[in-house]
Design a protein around this ligand. Sequence first.
Ligand code: AMP
Ligand code: MG
Length: 272
Amino acid sequence: MKAINLSKNLIVKPGTKVNLSKYNPDDTFGFEDKQGAMDVIQRNTFRLGELQYLLYAENKHSLLIVLQAMDAGGKDGTVRHVMSGINPMGCTVTPFKVPSAEELDHDYLWRIHKAVPPKGEIGIFNRSHYEDVLVVRVRKLVPKPVWSPRYDQINAFENILAQNNVKIVKFFLHISKEEQKKRLQARLDDPVKHWKVAPGDYVDRKYWDEYMTAFEDVLGRCSTPWAPWYVIPANKKWFRNLAVSQILVEALEELNMKFPKPAYDISKIKLK
Ligand code: AMP
Ligand code: MG
């Protein structure tokens, strides 16, 4: 199996114009099959647990993971698989749905900022403030003069978080239109999956091209040195899990975390 630096290959370099049709959602970057990937995924999952322990102990940084994808793109599955080695005590998953009346009465970042993980913790956003330049743009929920300045606003917001020790890693789980069809059909065919059927998803599919354009702008305009986007080929779930876990391990290792020095002289504490 080839050792490929996935972070370097999957990151969207700040300032590049993104054309998603050039990204292959079936790509596996030299990894051949699920069998071969399992070892690496398991190692990454274990390492993520260790790094989370250190993050919690050091209590200096937090990690914010943003997950965006088309419907059935694998956001829930990514949370389940990649986070399986993590202690729930230090991790919160926040799904962002259609905003409530109260949320709509505030600026669009209000509900987001409240959910940013505190020091020592990991926060996963299942959808995010990016919906405010994705669904909101495609479905014309607000006019262009309202959504178009949001790219710069989001970059500034994320910059403030980053300067305050929030490590931000953003994943676009990239599936093909064909793969989405298979997954949405599977939800119709399997009674156990019926609860997932949302008629809106089947309507949104009609706007596939508009969504791709909106995602290209998100990726091109909001991948920054302080909050990079990664495009994850996600047709194959095992590769998606491998890539996401690998990038998260690297992101946490970059923090060079250390256990804090004990506030007490441990040698003086004697148990009777
Ligand atoms: P799900 O994640 O499948 O439970 O669906 C949540 C739904 O909420 C999706 O259809 C999103 O597009 C929608 N949604 C999330 N954020 C927003 C937003 N800011 N404005 C409008 N719709 C949103
Ligand atoms: Mg849905």
